[in-house]
Design a protein around this ligand. Structure first.
Ligand code: NAD
Length: 274
């Protein structure tokens, strides 16, 4: 399907573009995830809190695409942090998905006020050892959370999934990831479509005969990021995957790099969210 894969620090690989299913109702998931698989996506990003693991699992059973050809990510919700409760919550996610293993299991938020993310990370390390989570990682961790998790357990997350889009580019954290061997995965890669009408993006889009969303996703790919755009519209689902037959110029990339903002964050701040 032309989607490149990135190597993870544990020897596995992850497709550079996946399909995010936040806010997709469980009842809609079989149809929409099925459409994404038909369009060529081979990576699905869900989470326990999204309430659609069962629908995602049904889509995976109903497709002719073999289980091993699809990279499935799910995440542990905040109220289940802690060693034993994480193991139980993981079992429940597998049960809802109807799978024997996932490709990637993530701690959804660090919740530093709870101070349970180290015990939680130890549980993920065990799930990886058991092979039920082929890779394990984190989401919304800051550099300090990463350093502490690695320092106390000796296990480095394969991935840190963080808010990242042209208005919030996370350059400092990306450098930390590069130093530690962690793949950066961009959530809300389109900035929830809030900035797609920026004249810089529409201008580049016009020159390439592409949509602004395609320009932004191509920017993620050329920066070595994994992106998981979400759409429930079949034409956009296909559009968002078709970014592997053109490239940005150095000038295009520089113009998008210049859109970064101090106040560009859309979602919660990991330092306080629980
Ligand atoms: P996104 O940046 O992917 O934007 C999605 C929205 O953009 C859609 O609802 C649609 O309105 C619009 N859109 C999509 N394709 C478009 C196109 N081609 N043209 C114009 N508009 C288009 O934002 P998101 O859904 O918040 O994030 C994507 C995924 O990231 C989620 O589904 C979820 O899997 C993941 N996520 C993870 C976390 C986390 O804490 N780990 C948080 C938020 C989201």
């Amino acid at each position: 399907n032309g989607v490149p894969r990135l190597s993870l620090n544990d020897g596995h690989t992850i497709p550079q573009l996946g399909f995010g299913v936040y806010q997709l109702p469980d009842a809609e998931a079989p149809r929409i995830v099925g459409a994404a698989l038909d369009a060529g996506y081979r990576s699905i990003d869900t989470a326990a809190i999204y309430g659609n693991e069962a629908g995602v699992g049904r889509a995976l059973r109903e497709t002719a695409i073999p289980r091993d050809a699809v990279f499935v990510t799910t995440k542990l919700w905040n109220d289940r942090q802690g060693y034993e409760s994480t193991l139980t919550a993981f079992d429940e996610s597998l049960e809802r998905l109807g799978l024997e293993s996932v490709d990637l299991y993530l701690i959804h938020w660090p919740c530093p006020q709870k101070d349970l993310y180290i015990d939680t990370w130890r549980a993920l390390a065990r799930l990886k050892q058991e092979g039920r989570a082929r890779s394990v990682g984190v989401s919304n961790f800051t550099a300090a959370h990463l350093e502490r998790a690695i320092g106390e357990t000796g296990v480095t997350p394969a991935v840190n999934q963080i808010e990242l889009h042209p208005h919030f580019q996370q350059r400092a954290l990306r450098e930390v990831h590069a130093r530690l061997g962690i793949v950066t995965e961009s959530w809300s890669p389109l900035g929830q479509a809030k900035a797609l009408n920026d004249p810089v993006l529409t201008g580049i889009a016009e020159r390439h005969g592409r949509s602004p969303a395609q320009i932004v996703l191509r920017w993620h790919v050329e920066n070595g990021l994994v992106a998981i755009p979400k759409s429930a519209t079949p034409s956009r689902i296909a559009e968002n995957l078709s970014v592997f037959d053109f490239s940005l110029s150095a000038e295009d990339r520089a113009a998008i790099d210049a859109l970064d903002r101090q106040d560009g964050r859309i979602g919660p701040d990991p330092a306080s969210f629980s």
